[in-house]
Design a protein around this ligand. Structure first.
Ligand code: ADP
Ligand code: MG
Length: 563
């Protein structure tokens, strides 16, 4: 066949189909428009059988004159010239989405700006049919009907509706994290299936998405930062799940948002995962959400055709900032612990004692606690008062009592010391080892120890990790280390072996030393195997448990006389 130029409408259809390839893609485009219009309420309705959907918002609206322009190609209100291009603050700017959707579906767009009545346009086969007044509230409703009606194959290759719905739900959740002040609803066939209430920060949104998480399991760091060679200030918001409280069985909940949308940036994700190294149990993964608001000059969107991945300038700088922020959020400050609901374990203990009538009191107390913690920065002051079962250090602080397991708290201290100063020292008298396999010798070399043949089936170990010097069990520890693992696993093993055992009686002074050294570790929440180190019994929960709010007379069976 000879080469021919394609008819205009076919070119548009192909181009549109490349960008808008699914229900989710339509929802993404429409929601981005609502966000750009500064809506604070967005309702997405989907009618799967008919491939209809609608996005309604209470944003700024579109004027009567602009309404027909929205479906024209390359028509946007968001940028005007090249200068605007380097300073884009909106999610959209190409002026292509509504035009593309109009190639693939019939549209009804109704909108009202303040100080005018509402207007509606109908669009069929990519052509404007009518414009007429339509009473409505300020905001915009875009109805998409019979999506892909002219591209039946596209309907077939879309995954089953349940999966698409899941994707829409995830998408809305991700937008909600980046735009926490917005209230969201998702309806399917007019039935509400998912909603998110707006709040001030992502920390209050995350528990609405992950039902097992309470916001007191989270820690947020907010920072204004100046990246190198960039004039404008960037803002970093990092919400992490405290490692002794929440983790995931899969690496599926580390999300990175940049300038209002969640994207993939493997470099930043790996900075988060590596900061959680040796804080979670094996095969468990962290929960974290990072939102960077930075100058568009710092971002290169050309990493992925659908703009789902980016390159970020100053990537090492950001990785370092993230690592520091996570370290900061692990610190045991009053801020971390003074929440009402503590972690799940304690919550369950206290549930039994809970009583609806105290709810009001509780809330007031929360406010007081929040106020207190704002003033209290710095590490928590923990006073050791006793040892229980030769295993638990009992320490009190201004807002409660903690049980700290002595062995793993000590293990955390030693582990971090070993990481900071892994020192190999010469042995005055070599340790003689026998019956070593070549693999074991190689392993000891790998972790930096000097070992050489010393006769038939004998080897002399000439250097040793300093911490094992003059210890009775150094030989058995070395043998254990020779069985495998990298340097880090060796450090974990040594820390575990060298830490004070449970069952050992300690003096108050010894325990206070452990507590003081433990609370300044980088991650005091869990041991290097991911086990939680302390159990907190906050005064507020004890108060609830012992029902201290009860009126004295009432609890003694004496009725108070009403005045
Ligand atoms: P872009 O978002 O890239 O500008 P779109 O095709 O998505 O392009 O939208 C075209 C224009 O329509 C936008 O620039 C905006 O002016 C207007 N618009 C679309 N949706 C809305 C909405 N929900 N609220 C207000 N204006 C809207
Ligand atoms: Mg848009």
């Amino acid at each position: 066949m000879a080469i021919q130029k394609l008819p205009d409408n076919l070119v548009k259809l192909i181009a549109a189909g490349e960008v808008i390839d699914s229900l989710v893609a339509v929802v993404r485009e429409l929601v981005e428009n609502s966000l750009d219009a500064k809506a604070h309420r967005i309702v997405v309705s989907v009618y799967p059988e008919t491939w209809n959907l609608q996005v309604a918002d209470n944003g700024e609206g579109i004027t009567q004159q602009d309404l027909p322009l929205t479906i024209q190609p390359h028509t946007t209100s968001k940028i005007h010239d090249t200068n605007d291009l380097i300073n884009i603050k909106t999610l959209g700017f190409r002026g292509e989405a509504l035009h593309s959707i109009a190639q693939l579906a019939n549209l009804n767009i109704s909108s009202r700006v303040a100080n005018d009545c509402g207007w509606e346009i109908t669009v069929e086969n990519a052509h404007l049919q009518q414009i007429y007044p339509k009473p409505s509230a300020v905001g915009t409703i875009v109805k998409v009907n019979d999506l892909f009606g002219n591209m039946p194959v596209r309907r077939q290759v879309n995954p089953p509706f349940k999966q698409q719905l899941k994707k829409i739900q995830i998408l809305l959740g991700e937008f909600a994290l980046c735009h926490p002040h917005i209230t969201w609803q998702l309806l399917v066939n007019d039935r509400l299936i998912f909603s998110i209430s707006g709040s001030q920060c992502a920390e209050k949104i995350l528990p609405q998405l992950l039902k097992t998480v309470h916001y007191s399991d989270l820690k947020t760091i907010q920072k204004n930062i100046n990246p190198p060679s960039e004039k404008s200030i960037s803002h970093l918001e990092l919400v992490i799940g405290l490692p002794d409280r929440i983790s995931r069985p899969r690496p599926d909940w580390v999300k990175i948002g940049i300038n209002g949308r969640v994207i993939k940036c493997p470099e930043l994700e790996s900075a988060i995962y590596s900061s959680f190294h040796r804080t979670l149990e094996r095969d468990r993964f962290p929960v974290a959400f990072l939102h960077l608001q930075t100058s568009p000059r710092q971002i290169d969107w050309n990493r992925h055709p659908a703009k789902a991945q980016i390159y970020l300038d100053n990537i090492e700088f950001w990785q370092e900032e993230i690592k520091q922020s996570i370290t900061e959020s692990f610190k045991l400050t009053n801020n971390n612990i003074s929440q009402k609901w503590e972690n799940k374990r304690v919550e369950n203990i206290f549930k039994v004692a809970e009583n609806k009538s105290i709810y009001q009191l509780e809330q007031e107390e929360t406010k007081q606690a929040e106020k207190d913690t704002e003033e209290n920065i710095g590490l928590i002051d923990l006073q050791v008062i006793a040892q229980a079962r030769n295993t638990y250090i009992i320490a009190e602080h201004s807002q409660g009592i903690w049980l700290i397991e002595q062995h793993i708290a000590h293990e955390r201290i030693i582990y971090e010391q070993l990481q900071n100063q892994w020192e190999i020292v010469p042995l005055e008298n070599p340790i003689i080892l026998d019956k070593l396999l070549p693999k074991q010798i190689e392993q000891l070399n790998n972790i930096g120890l000097e070992i050489e043949a010393f006769g038939e089936d004998l080897w002399a170990l000439r250097t040793i990790p300093k911490i094992l010097l003059n210890r009775d069990d150094s030989l058995s520890t070395i043998i254990e280390l020779s069985y495998g693992g990298d340097l880090n696993s060796a450090q974990v093993a040594i820390a575990c072996r060298s830490a004070i055992r449970n069952g050992e009686k300690l003096t108050i002074k010894q325990m206070q030393d452990i507590v003081n050294n433990w609370k300044i570790t980088k991650n005091p929440h869990t041991c290097p195997h991911g086990r939680p180190i302390y159990l907190s019994l906050e005064e507020s929960s004890l108060y609830r448990f012992f029902r201290r709010h009860w009126v004295l007379g009432k609890s003694h069976g004496i009725q108070e006389k009403k005045a």
